[in-house]
Design a protein around this ligand. Structure first.
Ligand code: 5GP
Length: 189
């Protein structure tokens, strides 16, 4: 998506450790008119799927998912991160290793918000090694819902996540795929 690529080139900042900061427009300060265009693009890419729910993970995915959801006319459910939880029968849980914080989290979703009748689209801001997405896919599978696909704003194509998710047969749509990046440049696929 050219609009997104242009914005990354204009305002993205590459940090040590292969981290791209996009906090001036996507995941700290949020440019709503811009994110609205991302929402429309997700709708266009998943227009033929019978989506009943958008699933994301706190915190950065929530705003993006909510804006996109207005085009799908479905609720958003976000997985909550907890460092240690008391397992109980009313929750689906999965473990996720955070790329940016290098910690392992349990993510939890109340069983009442994901059921076998649901057709789920997962939305998130970044795809790096794929741990966050695989954790969410695990929860969708546990719930018996149908996974219709995953929409990612920025895929870091030089990390393993995209390949892992596509190899699982998931319909993955990334609005921008970074081929490689250095301190001074970001190159797209
Ligand atoms: P993964 O689980 O795919 O390794 O990482 C995905 C999660 O890590 C995303 O939800 C995002 O929050 C965070 N993340 C991964 N890479 C980056 C990055 O380069 N920049 C930012 N801002 N977040 C990232």
């Amino acid at each position: 998506m050219q609009l997104l690529k242009d914005r990354i080139l204009k305002d993205g900042v590459v940090k040590p450790g292969n981290v791209l900061k996009v906090d001036s427009f996507l995941n700290h300060q949020m440019d709503i008119a811009f994110i609205n265009e991302l929402g429309k693009e997700f709708k266009a890419r998943f227009a033929s799927q019978p989506i009943t729910k958008i699933l994301t993970i706190e915190a950065s995915g929530i705003g993006i998912a909510c804006i996109a959801a207005q085009y799908f006319h479905v609720p958003v459910v976000f997985a909550k991160k907890a460092q240690s939880i008391n397992l109980d029968g009313e929750m689906y849980t999965s473990k996720i290793e955070s790329f940016t914080h290098k910690k392992v989290y349990d993510v939890i979703i109340s069983k009442k918000f994901l059921t076998p009748e649901d057709h789920v689209l997962i939305i998130d801001d970044f795809l790096a090694n794929g741990c966050a997405l695989i954790g969410l896919i695990d929860i969708v599978n546990k719930s018996g819902a149908v996974l219709e696909g995953a929409g990612i704003v920025i895929e870091k194509g030089f990390q393993s996540g995209g390949q892992r998710i596509r190899d699982m047969g998931v319909h993955l749509e990334s609005l921008a795929i970074i081929d490689h990046m250095t301190d001074s440049e970001v190159c797209f696929r």
